[in-house]
Every structure is written in structure tokens, then in C-alpha cells.
Design a binder for this molecule. Sequence first.
Ligand code: FCB
Length: 456
Amino acid sequence: MSALQRADFPEGFSFGVATAAYQIEGAVTADARVPSIWDTFTASPGTIENGDTGEQACDHYHRYAEDVADMRDLGIDAYRFSIAWPRILPPGGRPNSAGIAFYDRLLDELLAAGIAPWATLYHWDLPQSLEDEGGWAARDTAYRFAEYAGVAAQAFGDRISHWITLNEPWVSSFLGYASGLHAPGRTDHAAALAAAHHLMLGHGLALQSLRAARPAAHVGITLNLTHVEGPDDRPLHAEAIRRADAITNRIFLDPLLRGRYPADMLSDTAHVTDHSYVLEGDLEIISGTIDFLGVNYYSPLVVTSGAYPGSAAIGIADRRRPRSGMGWEIDPGGLTKTLTRVTRDYGPLPLVVTENGSAWPDVVSDDGAVHDPDRTAYLVAHLRACLDAITEGVDLRGYFAWSLMDNFEWSHGYAQRFGLVHVDFATQRRTRKDSGDWYAGFLTTGRAATMREASR
Ligand code: FCB
């Protein structure tokens, strides 16, 4: 197989890296930032591996210039980061100019380095005071989010080319409010379904705020979509596949792109809620036209039918295929299928892979380098999967590797490393990994990539 080249991708395709505020910034009390649900959650014993918190993280708040220099050296076109709501707009208060000034500095540094800023407004750091009033399970949070979006658009809209309202509302609602694995750590299924709806309402209202303030802005939303399949082709898995697809993918895709909830998802969840949180007019707001859809893809979802015939339970299957450090099955073909499925079922729309990557137990070797061939192989295979989707007619506009650097990986703390750049959290020393060298070579030389990747 010939080596992958940047020139294989369409003209104007954006290559980048992605991060999120709470995972990298640290400085949680600097410049009048107010607490978020992640500050509260990580302070509660037993929630995070090793008791880790985002208090220091990568200290990006102070080291942003060094990090932008690393991005420039990688040769990326665009940087996807998130703005911390708790830094910008304390609920019930006035916009915080000291917090805004941090993103001003970051944006100026990025633009000077020739990197296009893509900003996510909500990557899970809800101000704690809003959670105290019901969080995303409460309708009012959607309106508060739209206010914050308006403040961000006013402050930064002259420099931000692309906006992403929400990152992965499935994770915010179901891991935050149903399983309790993420902040705010609630375990209430009805609250999770209400949260999913209010997040999407917040998306639609924020879209309106952004468009009002910045008519030329490119606005999208990022969903964690996945390809759902059975461990084998037996028809007995079909019901589990349908249910899992409804509650992970279609619960967001349908309201966003069709202006209605999937009927099967509503009936599957009827024993939990009467869905009375959906008010007249909400779906028109949620289905306001977006400029692109962000897709985060890491792994397929392999499900089996329930424990006994007719059971609604969805089992998670292990097909004994290679897995990354997170224990997630590696399946680049699932990315191609996810992208082609959206295009086939919802019509052609611009798509962007806003996150994709893999964690491995990286160490700095005696030679001073970080040898991470598994991450490079994952990256190459998934870039090829993107090319396959483009060949199949998907209007794919960009690819963002997760992540620029090792960071606070939510409930796993610092135990899982996703970066193209290694971070020694004791010293904050950054070391570009071999995978980062590969990406830089791919992006900057335009010539055949240095590594002859293993065939798929
Ligand atoms: C995604 C999150 C991102 C990161 C990756 C590994 O679900 O959006 O912040 O943690 O997983």
C-alpha cells in the first residue's frame, strides 16, 4: 500500500488537533473563574482514578504560548479548544474581563502562528451554581447557555472562524445524569433524558445567539457517533442494535437534522419519562440549520441481545479484537461506516471529524523520545478511513486528532495518555512523541510519510 499523503485529501481540508478547557488549563481559581461541576466532582472521593483533579492539568493557562509553538511546529491548520463558561460568565453576574483576556491572548497567539481557532462553547464544565439549580435537567440552563454563547460571540467572534456549541451531549447527559460516571455524578434516568433535550435546546438557542452576533460565523455541534453492530451476523442481535442506535446516535441526529425525536426511542424510554420536557417549538429551535456536523469517533459499539428472549437489556460484546489503552476496540472501518451512514440517512451535509485518537501507556525512553507506534498506526488507519468515506461521497471537511497533548482524561485522571505530545505532569515538560513527528511529517512535507504503515 502506498504511503498516505496530505495531497490525497481535498483542497481546503482542515487538519488539526483538539483539546478541552478543563482537561488542560489548570489554574482553576485564577482570574475569578467560578467553580464548575468538574471541580466539585473531582473533589469527591472515589470519583477519579488516583484521586486526580484538573487543578493543575497541563497548566496551559500559563503555558499557552509554548503549546501554540508546539502546534505551529506540527504544521496544523486549525486548533479545536474549548472556552470555559466558568471563566467567562459567572451565572447571575457580568462577563468576567480577566477570564476573557486569557482567551484573547490565546487567540492572538494562534492567529500569529497562522492557526485557525475552532472554539467549543461547552466541553462539560457547567458552572456549579447552575447545577445547584437543577443543571441540564432544568430547562432554564439552556437559556443561560445561550446568554453565555452571546457573550463569547461578542468577545471573540472577530477572530473565531468556527464555533461548536456542544461537545458530545450524549456523554454530558447519560454519563453525567444516568450512570454517574461523570460530573455531576447523578443517577437518575429521567433527569438524563431531560438533560439530553435541554442540551439540544441550548444548542439551538446558542446557534441563534451566535448567528445574531456574528452572521458570518460557521456554527456546528459535535456528537459522539458510533457504528453499532452485533458480534456476529445473527439476527437475534437486531433488536439490541436498534435500541442502542436509537439511544446513542438517533436521539441527537433526528431532532437536529429532521426536527423530531425517533418514535422508537420515545417508546423505548416511555417507562422512564413521559417526555413532557419537550415543549412546543423546541424542535424547530433544535433543528436550526448548522454549517457542519462534528463527529467524534473512537470505537464501534458492539452489542448483543438481552440475557433472555424479549429482554430489553443491551449487552456489550467483546469480539476479541485489538483494543487501545482505554480498552476500546480499534475499528477504523467503523469510522467510514459512521460518516457514510450520516450522509446516507440524513442527506449530504459538511462533516468534520472533531476528535479521533487512542491512549497508550507512553513513557519517555532513555533516548529522550517517546516511541508510540500504536498511536501512529491508529492515526494512519483512521485517516485512511476518512479517505474511504470521501471516496464514498461524504463531504468531509476536516480531521482533528485527539489530543494535542496528554491531559486530564476525566474519570481516568492522568492514567490515560492521548497526546501527540507527552506531558510529564510533575515537571510540565512537553516531549513530542513519534506519532507527533509522523503527523508533522505528513502535514508539513507534503511528501510521502516517513513511516510505512502496516496494511489494514
Ligand atoms: C471524548 C471527549 C474528550 C476526550 C476523549 C478521549 O469523549 O470529548 O474530551 O476525553 O473522549
